[in-house]
Write a protein that binds this ligand. Structure first.
Ligand SMILES: [Zn+2]
Length: 167
């Protein structure tokens, strides 16, 4: 397994709609293993393939931060089918290091997700997992969490982010 370089805010890979994953291959298996390793190394909760330069509808989530293999989730061509309620919490992104902001998300979401074998299953996420589902699926649609904010706040965040890159 290898830790992959994570692309950052402004990179074109983070701005486009990704393509669906086709047949599962050993290369994808390797990519997913590396993505879990990278998530752990960066102390994140999840990582989407576009963040490592692969524009496929593929993401990994591990809300246990490497503590519990049963909590490792692979999202393949995921789609949100239902949302319920509202939660408020701080969100961050491995592609925008140093920036954490309060963001409203649904309390609970249901997604339609593909398995490696090609079957469709429904997954349900609450609280942190619901937030992770939304965040990673946004990446697959070319959307970063800072894009939920208005232009004024976004440019403040951008300046803050660029300032700390230099510092
Ligand atoms: Zn992110």
């Amino acid at each position: 397994m290898a830790v992959l370089p994570v692309l950052t805010w402004g990179d074109p890979h983070l701005k486009i709609n990704s393509a669906d994953v086709g047949q599962w291959t050993p290369e994808l298996e390797q990519l997913v293993a590396d993505m879990f390793e990278t998530t752990l190394d960066e102390e994140g909760l999840g990582l989407a393939a576009p963040q490592v330069g692969v524009n496929l509808n593929l993401a990994v989530i591990d809300c246990s931060c490497g503590e519990d293999p049963a909590q490792q989730i692979i999202l393949i061509n995921p789609e949100i089918t239902r949302e319920e309620g509202v939660q408020y919490g701080t969100e961050g992104c491995l592609s925008i290091p140093g920036i954490r902001e309060e963001l409203e998300r649904p309390q609970k979401v249901w997604i339609r997700n593909r398995t490696k074998e090609g079957a469709w299953v429904e997954l349900e996420g609450e609280d942190l997992l619901a937030r992770a589902f939304c965040h990673e699926i946004d990446h697959l649609r070319g959307r970063l969490f800072v894009e939920y904010f208005g232009p004024v706040k976004r440019s403040v965040l951008q300046r803050k982010y660029q300032k700390q890159l230099k510092g």
